[in-house]
Design a protein around this ligand. Structure first.
Ligand code: ACO
Length: 332
């Protein structure tokens, strides 16, 4: 395939969240916590949770349909579906194959990618390469999570933080000079032990950390992740901007991964940017991992906050541990 230019960007964006709202007051009845503690320490007031019988792919499918509609592109035109997820419904078929079937995207290849909360930035990076080389034209990148299904609902250290949601973007050729200007991704597996969610194997050490009988639940050393997150969000933002040769002053808004308002504020302070330049919605949805950034982008786009030509940064961190950032000149 040959395109007129080499610019790749977001053509359409969509999101989907479960209807069920779980408030801090609901959590007060489940574990030894309080609305005051959760609000003060995390900034989260409520989050959305899937009911037990609904799979995460349901949200990913909905978000993808909305993104396709927004882009004005048919499912049959999609060449590849990348689903970023750390909570796939099945190991096989992958979440991307389930969603491919739900959409009727019969031409599309499909694979899942797991870099936890950084997944959407990783997915965007992969899609950018495939399209830039001319190998594919249209790629769906979906961040889709059902963290409620791996949460230990008796562990107050984690159950107040995580939730469910999905966000999707149709990525394809855009007007020259617009779209994804640069991406930067990284990982440090030596720090992986700080957030674990076992699947087919679990070490005795990780078993011992879990009080729940179900050992497949998510466990986290919140303090260690907190310190890493503030430092790496600053680093990834500075690095991707330097590599792109643009400055913080050239940016309209930063979309950070929504894990904890104190992490976002801490990173913003280190960067020296005002709060108005940083998008937040963590109070409504909690930490929805790979879905966090595209859900935020969709909200901002639908609210009319993004104008063609605005420079934005997406920046995330997460399990692995992983991190990543992207600079985009908005092209819609
Ligand atoms: N309600 C009340 N008290 C609580 C709660 C709760 N929900 N959770 C912990 N506490 C208690 C602790 O037990 C501790 O009590 P102690 O002093 O008697 O031991 C006290 O509060 C302070 O605990 P800290 O862990 O020091 O609290 P902190 O201010 O660090 O906040 C938090 C904890 C919110 C987990 C924070 O460390 C954090 O946000 N970490 C980063 C998490 C994150 O961003 N993860 C993202 C990656 S996730 C992914 O990829 C899936």
């Amino acid at each position: 395939m040959n395109f007129q230019n080499n610019s790749v960007g977001i053509l359409g964006i969509g999101s989907a969240l479960p209807e069920k709202v779980l408030t801090n007051f609901d959590l007060e009845k489940m574990v030894d916590t309080s609305d005051e503690w959760i609000t003060k320490r995390t900034g989260i007031s409520e989050r959305r949770i899937l009911d037990e019988n609904t799979p995460g792919s349901h949200l990913g499918t909905k978000a993808a349909k909305r993104a396709l509609e927004d882009a004005g592109i048919a499912a049959e035109e999609i060449d590849l579906i990348i689903v970023a997820t750390e909570t796939p419904d099945y190991l096989t078929p992958s979440m991307s194959c389930i969603i491919q079937s739900n959409l009727g995207a019969s031409k599309a290849a499909a694979f899942d990618l797991n870099s936890a909360c950084t997944g959407f930035v990783y997915g965007l990076t992969v899609a950018n390469q495939f399209i830039k080389t001319g190998f594919y034209k249209y790629i769906l990148v979906i961040g889709c999570e059902a963290l409620s299904k791996v949460t230990d609902w008796k562990d107050r250290n984690t159950c107040v933080l995580f939730a469910d949601g999905a966000g999707a973007a149709v990525v394809g050729p855009v007007e020259e000079g617009y779209g994804i200007l640069n991406t930067y991704i990284g990982a440090d597996g030596n720090l992986g032990k700080n957030i674990t969610a076992p699947c087919c194997f679990i070490t005795d050490e990780d078993k011992a950390k879990r009080e729940s009988e179900n050992k497949r639940v998510l466990w986290m050393d919140g303090g260690e992740v907190f310190k890493f997150a503030v430092r790496i969000m600053e680093h990834a933002t500075v690095k991707v901007l330097e590599d792109t040769k643009i400055t913080l002053d050239d940016l309209k808004i930063i979309f950070p991964h929504q894990a904890n308002i104190r992490i976002i504020d801490g990173a913003a302070k280190r960067l020296g940017v005002s709060q108005e330049k940083v998008f937040t919605n963590v109070h409504k949805y909690g930490n929805i991992s790979s879905a966090s950034i595209p859900v935020g982008l969709d909200e901002a786009d639908k609210a009319g906050s993004l104008k063609k030509g605005d420079n934005i940064v997406l920046v995330g961190f997460g399990g692995g541990l992983t991190w990543g950032a992207a600079v985009i000149k908005w092209s819609k």
